[in-house]
Design a protein around this ligand. Structure first.
Ligand SMILES: Nc1ncnc2c1ncn2[C@@H]1O[C@H](COP(=O)(O)OP(=O)(O)OP(=O)(O)O)[C@@H](O)[C@H]1O
Ligand SMILES: [Mg+2]
Length: 221
């Protein structure tokens, strides 16, 4: 069974008198232990697709199955709980909470989650942040912040990781390291991950590549 399966997803946005059909009949799957990339030109609908995968946005039609359960028609409350427990997000700008120390960024998530979770210090140490546990985000480099964002996405041991251009604010060396960390975690812990990226140089690290163009998605590797 796939961790995530999209079936015939359509997403329209109203555009004045017209409708902008951003996603046109999209189907997609990602399995346990698989790291998938989505590439495509700016405005093609990559972020829209990722937010639908993460139950942050409802499709106009079609279904989103997480571990076989349709999540596209859950209540807001159920969707929030699902995001907290089953899905980890990594965004382009890692949006850390400025007044929380690094270790507390993770503990905050653990506190509001009802799930049995990993050990915050252990996860941060694994990502090379052991001497940053008690720092505030403003003193961290871009790469360190991004590693905290990864740690935060993984702390509740979600089945699915979604990353929207996680390397965008990093130089190519740091960017590659960040993608390697996602790759290793996916493979070692048998998770599924979907990453949107512009960076062709990291595509050797993923297991499958999908291209989106004119609202249509096709598997290219
Ligand atoms: N909330 C919204 N309301 C109306 N139109 C939207 C909305 N969000 C996105 N769009 C439109 O949907 C299209 C796809 O946007 P999206 O952000 O998914 O593209 P993207 O592939 O992530 O682009 P980029 O690579 O620049 O991040 C664009 O034409 C955008 O203007
Ligand atoms: Mg985008």
């Amino acid at each position: 069974m796939s961790v995530l399966e999209l079936k015939s997803i359509i997403k329209n946005y109203p555009d004045g008198q017209l409708v902008n059909e951003v996603l046109k009949d999209i189907s997609f799957t990602v399995e346990k232990g698989e790291f998938a990339a989505i590439v495509g030109p700016s405005g093609a609908g990559k972020s829209t697709l990722l937010t639908i995968m993460g139950a942050l946005l409802t499709p106009s039609s079609g279904s989103v199955l997480l571990n076989g359960h349709d999540i596209s028609h859950l209540s807001k409350k159920q969707q929030t709980e699902l995001r907290l427990n089953e899905i980890g997000f990594i965004f382009q700008n890692s949006d850390l909470i400025p007044y929380l120390k690094i270790s507390d960024q993770l503990k905050f998530i653990q506190k509001i989650s009802k799930k049995e979770t990993g050990n915050a210090e252990e996860v941060l140490t694994k990502l090379g942040l052991q001497n940053r546990l008690h720092s505030y985000p403003n003193v961290l480099s871009g790469g360190e912040k991004q590693r905290v964002a990864i740690a935060r996405a993984f702390i509740n041991q979600p089945d699915l990781i979604l990353a929207d251009e996680p390397t965008a604010s990093l130089d190519s060396k740091r960017g590659r390291e960040v993608v390697q960390i996602i790759q290793q975690t996916v493979h070692q812990e048998d998770k599924a991950a979907v990453m949107v990226t512009h960076d062709e140089r990291v595509l050797d690290l993923v297991d499958s590549i999908w291209q989106i163009e004119d609202g249509r998605l096709k598997k290219v590797r």
